[in-house]
Unconditional design. Structure first.
Length: 186
């Protein structure tokens, strides 16, 4: 099932040029390149074989909540994961890193990105009278060791990766297939 045109149009209205859209990649298959850039480090990973209408939001570009909330590293209410991919009735919350992070930190970041989507849905409801992303199912993923080895991706076994506490860990250096983010078989 493709993303609803109404939802896609509203997301374009909300995010304008900040939306990352799928592009045609190798062999005519679509992909999304997720890039992280900081003063210390820059890296990227390509999500291969995405649906043609897949989009991504860079969740950690949402305004810094430290200016608004009293943030606690123990609670993690000001953290956010890096990206959210929206496609095929799926919301895939993704944390990227070059190393393997502590489970609690990743959980907090994934929960923070859920709050970004909740905020967008609230704006949609209150200001556009539109129920945004109502039939979408969440998936939670940590992709680590990006750019540090040349092996293909390895997945850690999890139940369904449908909560931040039960996220899927993927050890991947350069790319991962879209279907693996949702822990589904071809």
């Amino acid at each position: 099932m493709a993303i609803k045109m109404d939802d896609f149009g509203l997301l374009e209205e909300l995010f304008k040029d900040k939306l990352i859209k799928a592009t045609e990649g190798e062999y005519g298959k679509h992909c999304i390149k997720l890039e992280e850039t900081s003063e210390e480090n820059s890296y990227s990973i390509t999500i291969r074989q995405t649906p043609e209408d897949a989009i991504a939001i860079k969740a950690d570009s949402f305004p810094d909540l430290k200016e608004f909330f009293n943030c606690s590293s123990e609670i993690g209410q000001c953290k956010r994961s890096d990206f959210i991919i929206i496609a095929d009735s799926k919301l895939i919350f993704i944390e990227l890193s070059t190393t393997r992070k502590q489970k609690k930190e990743v959980e907090q970041q994934l929960q923070g990105a859920q709050c970004v989507i909740d905020y967008c849905c609230s704006i949609s409801d209150k200001f556009y009278n539109h129920s945004l992303l109502t039939n979408y199912h969440p998936y939670f993923v940590s992709i680590f060791n990006i750019g540090t080895n040349k092996r293909s991706e390895r997945l850690q076994k999890v139940n369904e990766n449908k909560t931040p506490q039960d996220f899927l860990r993927i050890n991947a250096s350069e790319h991962v297939e879209f279907r693996k983010l949702c822990n589904t078989k071809p």
